[in-house]
Design a protein around this ligand. Structure first.
Ligand code: RB5
Length: 152
């Protein structure tokens, strides 16, 4: 699978380990994140990987910051993106089965690389179940459509 990855300064080392792991699993990984430890703003990187997923440049995205929260909030502002923060594999599995999430986020300051690998395995290898979940995900898209273009 072609996967996009992005990160802020807090997650450079984690990003490198994740890229190596995903490549070892046969994925092609495109890096949209920073490789610098200099302080930077997570929304910039969240938007980059989210755009890549939304445009179809990559099939799924991985976004990492200190907690996973900021970068997920930013990614979710891009139309068509369903980004989730996961700190364990169960949620990662159901984010695909029930929510058809297309970007997974986690915190480099929260979990270690071995847990990240288990999370990634579930996220990359689980397909959307469809059925009643199609309707629910479509309702999320409706919210996006009704609210796009509205100012705060
Ligand atoms: C950076 O210090 C930190 O705030 C950022 O990586 C992230 O955790 C934000 O949600």
């Amino acid at each position: 699978m072609k996967i996009g990855i992005a990160n802020d300064h807090s997650a450079v080392d984690m990003k490198k380990e994740v890229v190596a792991y995903l490549e070892s699993q046969g994925h092609e990984v495109i890096n949209y994140g920073t490789d610098s430890y200099e302080s930077t703003d997570y929304p910039v990187w969240g938007e980059k990987v989210a755009n890549a997923v939304a445009n179809g440049e990559v099939e799924r995205g991985v976004a990492i910051c200190g907690t996973g929260l900021g970068i997920s909030l930013a990614a979710n502002k891009v139309n068509g993106i369903r980004a989730c923060v996961c700190s364990e594999p169960y949620t990662a599995k159901y984010s695909r089965l029930h929510n058809n999430c297309n970007v997974i986020c986690f915190g480099a300051r929260v979990i270690g690389i071995e847990l990240a690998k288990m999370i990634l395995d579930e996220f990359m290898n689980t397909e959307f179940e469809g059925g009643r979940h199609e309707r629910r995900v479509a309702l999320i898209t409706d919210i996006e459509r009704r609210n796009s273009g509205k100012a705060e």
